[in-house]
Write a protein that binds this ligand. Structure first.
Ligand code: KG4
Ligand code: ZN
Length: 342
């Protein structure tokens, strides 16, 4: 029997405020994962400034790719393909990665594979869970997206539910700003919540009438703002940790309830989480406990693979590559690319 040749993919991610490159071997082995974060820069403005993000990506991208190749111990000549996030995301930011990937693919005559950012987040679960295979249900919770997805096969998705307004991460960021925690809010709320009482204030758990799997977080955000206003009008100090913990609990309750309802309805015993908010410690604990109770296998990536990174793009790119998906040199950034679309 002849041994199958290894497949090495260089992956590039620049959809938001992280410039990232990674080399992934055979879809699940991460040889390098280099991330240059712009968070410190955007903190000054309280959120991501698209123009600044694009400019910073241009400054960093070559260096990040070089580091990824060096760390993996490979050169461009060893690669089998180049994978790149082409949507969804900030158009100017995406374009930097797409142009770079096209240049490398052209110069080195390598196949180019455009990757969907959310497919990347979902695929991050394959890195550390070697036994995980579709079908399974995945909850994607990031700064821009909240999707409940049935992963039917590699690269085949059915969207079961989505947010009607704010993404979960967006709600974390907005509430954090309102209680003076700054940007990015998710990790800060996670931290101060540990000092607070999640039962101190009852915030609403929104249901969307027409769809039992959809989410809505804007009402919750308004409820928090109203609570803060109420305190101010009465001249009362609010307890920052209690507000954070009670808000976080309201988000976690809804995410857990909808997700596990879907897992049971679809008759699948496997459930995964993905995206920046998936690194939230309280969310992970709640899913761990509930999945154990209901005898559901629970999967999650390490925090470094939850937030934006290129390794996840390499994994998703590998499965696309194996299926024969190839992008032309006319590949463009698609800022509002839908899941399952190519
Ligand atoms: O996946 P990601 O890095 O970027 C997008 O594709 O959007 O997600 C970033 C989001 C931000 O809203 C951030 O506040 C949130 O993930 N986040 C968290 C935590 N870490 C990051 N939210 C809650 N708890 C955390 N520990
Ligand atoms: Zn992301």
């Amino acid at each position: 029997m002849t041994e199958e040749k290894d497949v090495l993919i260089l992956a590039i991610e620049s959809s938001c405020d992280e410039t990232a490159a990674s080399v992934v071997k055979n879809g699940r082995e991460v040889l390098s994962n280099v991330i240059s974060s712009q968070i410190e820069l955007h903190k000054l403005y309280g959120g991501v400034v698209p123009e600044i993000a694009s400019r910073k990506h241009i400054e960093k991208i070559n260096q990040v790719i070089e580091e990824a190749l060096t760390e993996a111990g490979v050169t461009l000549d060893d690669l089998d393909a180049v994978g790149v996030t082409y949507g969804p995301g900030l158009v100017g930011a995406l374009l930097v990665g797409v142009a770079e990937a096209k240049a490398i693919a052209y110069a080195k005559k390598l196949p180019l594979v455009g990757v969907h950012h959310i497919e990347g987040h979902i695929s991050a679960n394959y890195i550390e869970n070697k036994e995980l295979e579709p079908p399974f249900i995945c909850l994607v919770v990031s700064g821009g997206h909240t999707h409940l997805v049935c992963v039917k096969d590699y690269g085949t998705y059915e969207i079961i539910g989505r947010t009607r307004d704010d993404a979960a991460g967006e709600a974390f960021d907005k509430v954090a700003r309102a209680i003076g925690l700054g940007y990015p809010g998710g990790p800060k709320i996670d931290k101060v919540s540990k000092e607070g009482n999640p039962e101190a204030i009852h915030f609403p758990r929104a249901k969307v009438n027409e769809s039992e799997y959809d989410f809505s977080f804007s009402g919750l955000k308004s409820a928090v703002l109203n609570y803060l206003n109420g305190c101010q009008m009465k001249g009362e100090e609010y307890n920052q940790a209690d507000v954070a913990a009670s808000f976080q609990k309201a988000v976690v309750d809804v995410l857990v309830e909808h997700s596990l309802h879907a897992v049971e309805t679809y008759g699948l015993k496997k459930f995964a989480i993905a995206g920046g908010v998936a690194s939230n410690s309280s969310l992970r604990k709640a899913f761990e406990d509930e999945c154990e109770k209901r005898q559901i296998e629970f999967y999650h990536p390490s925090p470094v693979y939850c937030t934006d990174n290129a390794a996840m793009i390499g994994v998703a790119g590998y499965y696309e590559y194996q299926k024969g998906a190839r992008s032309g040199l006319d590949l463009n950034a698609v800022p509002n690319l839908k899941l399952g679309e190519r």
